[in-house]
Ligand binder design. Structure first.
Ligand SMILES: [Fe+2]
Ligand SMILES: [Fe+2]
Length: 220
């Protein structure tokens, strides 16, 4: 590990309570509001775990840590040691909104001693998704958008639709993000399109129907 990378981790660890619990360390890394969102995402992920047939505790951890890199500066986030295979691409390195996912995987490994690839992957891909997403990736993406404290136009409708089909709700969520990027004149991350292309056609069609229901509710 290079000296710069070592320093980036040491600088972050210095700000955390040395003997603190996982939750206390996470709370020190995040704003109060983001910490509440993280706990709520963890609870939602644990609730979804049986549906996706994944380990409940792992789902809780992945949900809890998914945004752990979100309140770092872009500079600090970029300097972290990324676990092999979880390195950010050029687009993520250049975008503060995107870098927090790979940075979160790096912090999960370095600060929270997580080395489970299922958890690291769910944290690393929670914004963009990825081609052939694993069940744990779905769990965290779903929990992130439907947890009860989350507010955005159409959130209530998305929560309601997720009770019928959480997978289709995730597809609708990805479509909402792709559309909002296009509306802001940004190019959506290519991995979101790859995720949609890798999913079964009927699932994407249902997700698109959910997406349209949300738009009609929000006047979009
Ligand atoms: Fe996030
Ligand atoms: Fe989040």
């Amino acid at each position: 590990m290079s000296k710069v990378i070592k320093n980036a981790v040491a600088k972050i660890i210095e700000t955390l309570p040395a003997e603190g619990s996982r939750e206390e360390k996470l709370a020190a890394l995040l704003t109060e509001e983001r910490y509440a969102h993280s706990v709520s995402t963890a609870e939602e992920a644990a609730r979804l775990a049986p549906y996706y047939e994944v380990d409940e505790e792992k789902a809780f951890t992945a949900g809890l840590l998914h945004d752990c890199g979100k309140d770092l500066s872009q500079e600090d986030a970029k300097a972290l040691p990324f676990p092999p295979g979880f390195e950010p691409d050029a687009e993520e390195l250049a975008n503060k909104a995107l870098i927090h996912a790979p940075a979160g995987a790096a912090l999960a490994a370095e600060v929270f001693d997580v080395n489970d690839p299922e958890i690291l992957s769910a944290v690393r891909y929670h914004i963009t998704g990825r081609s052939d997403p694993a069940s744990m990736d779905f769990v965290v993406m779903a929990a992130d958008c439907i947890e009860p404290t989350r507010e955005f136009p159409g959130a209530e409708k998305l929560r309601e639709l997720a009770t019928v089909d959480p997978d289709a709700a995730v597809v609708a969520w990805v479509l909402l993000k792709v559309e909002s990027a296009a509306r802001d004149g940004r190019k959506p991350h290519g991995r979101s399109g790859e995720m949609l292309a890798s999913l079964p056609v009927p699932l994407v069609a249902l997700g698109r129907r959910y997406y349209k229901e949300i738009l009609s509710e929000t006047g979009g």
